[in-house]
Design a protein around this ligand. Structure first.
Ligand code: CP
Length: 305
């Protein structure tokens, strides 16, 4: 039995197969519409979510399966003090596969270690968000045509942004990926991620001004400042509007640069950018359904001919 806890749990070859399956699902949805008939997905969300939870549920429904779960800790027995380890043992009696989001780093791993069914990490604190990474990789590969030989700018809250940490780790496995890390000094990428980049021998630079580097980028990955991870509201208010991508800055970018964002957006991308053909963040959310369908099929070992 396999789980997905880190974006590195799949080899590059396995990832390639998964992304190809997701592209086939996009082209031939009817072929997969009964693939998980009789199977159940449990969504265990101890933290708020729109895209991840609902795209998992849509993915299982698109595969002909059913869903059950909770969308906040207060409506589960976690509110009475039940541990993640106990909860997942119970859920293993009710469902065939589980997707879990939790505010504590490592919670999904604890669940996997105590589970009789595959566990998918749907975000653990400021640590990892592997299914967002699968979504990002599918979006880049489908719309850019490659995952290697790209210069990617990651902009915003690079300290707390778990999607950034997961995406950097995933892209480090491809050739000639250059990272431009754009953040205020207080929200820089954690040291352990920089150590991963250096150990992989990849090129990177850390800068504070988006407009000075946007013209060099093939991909721009915008992120929001993660209010929920700040200890001090004053710091959040000071930093929340550090970067705002608008039409003026987009004029400095390459004609084929793609703008991604895991969403939700707050102020960091002006709505005037949404109509720019280079803005692909809403398409990215759609790719999230296809890739989660592919992931469910893969972890449940369901083959569709
Ligand atoms: N991208 C993402 O994780 O969005 P949600 O928090 O809405 O799930």
């Amino acid at each position: 039995m396999r789980h997905l806890i880190s974006p590195l749990d799949f080899s590059v070859e396995e990832l390639d197969k998964l992304l190809t399956l997701a592209n086939d699902i996009e082209k031939n949805p009817e072929k997969y519409s009964e693939a998980c008939k009789g199977k159940k997905l449990a969504t265990l969300f101890y933290e708020p979510s729109t895209r991840t939870r609902l795209s998992f549920e849509a993915a299982m429904m698109n595969l002909g399966g059913n869903v059950l779960g909770f969308s906040e800790a207060t409506s589960s027995s976690a509110a009475k003090g039940e541990s993640v380890a106990d909860t997942i043992q119970i859920i293993s009696c009710y469902a065939d596969i589980a997707a879990m989001r939790h505010p504590k780093e490592g919670a999904a791993l604890v669940a996997a270690n105590n589970s009789a069914i595959p566990v998918i990490n749907a975000g653990d604190g400021g640590h990892q968000h592997p299914t967002q990474t699968l979504t990002d990789l599918l979006t880049i590969r489908s719309l850019k045509g490659r995952l290697d030989n790209v210069t990617i700018g990651l902009c915003g809250d690079l300290k707390f942004g778990r999607t950034v940490h997961s995406l950097i780790n995933a892209l480090l496995r491809y050739d000639n990926v250059k990272f431009v890390l754009i953040s205020p000094a207080e929200l820089k990428v954690p040291k352990y991620i920089i150590e991963h980049i250096e150990a992989a021998g990849a090129q990177y630079e850390e800068v504070t001004k988006l407009e000075e580097v946007i013209g060099n980028l093939d991909l721009l990955y915008m992120t929001r400042v993660q209010k929920e991870r700040f200890f001090n509201e004053e710091d959040y208010i000071r930093l929340k509007d550090s970067f705002i991508l608008d039409k003026k800055k987009m004029r400095l970018a390459k004609d084929d640069m793609l703008v991604l964002h895991p969403l939700p957006r707050v102020n960091e991308i002006s709505v005037e950018v949404d109509k720019d053909p280079r803005a692909v963040y809403f398409k990215q959310a759609q790719y999230g359904v296809y890739v989660r369908m592919a992931l469910i099929l893969t972890l449940l070992e369901v083959e569709v001919c």
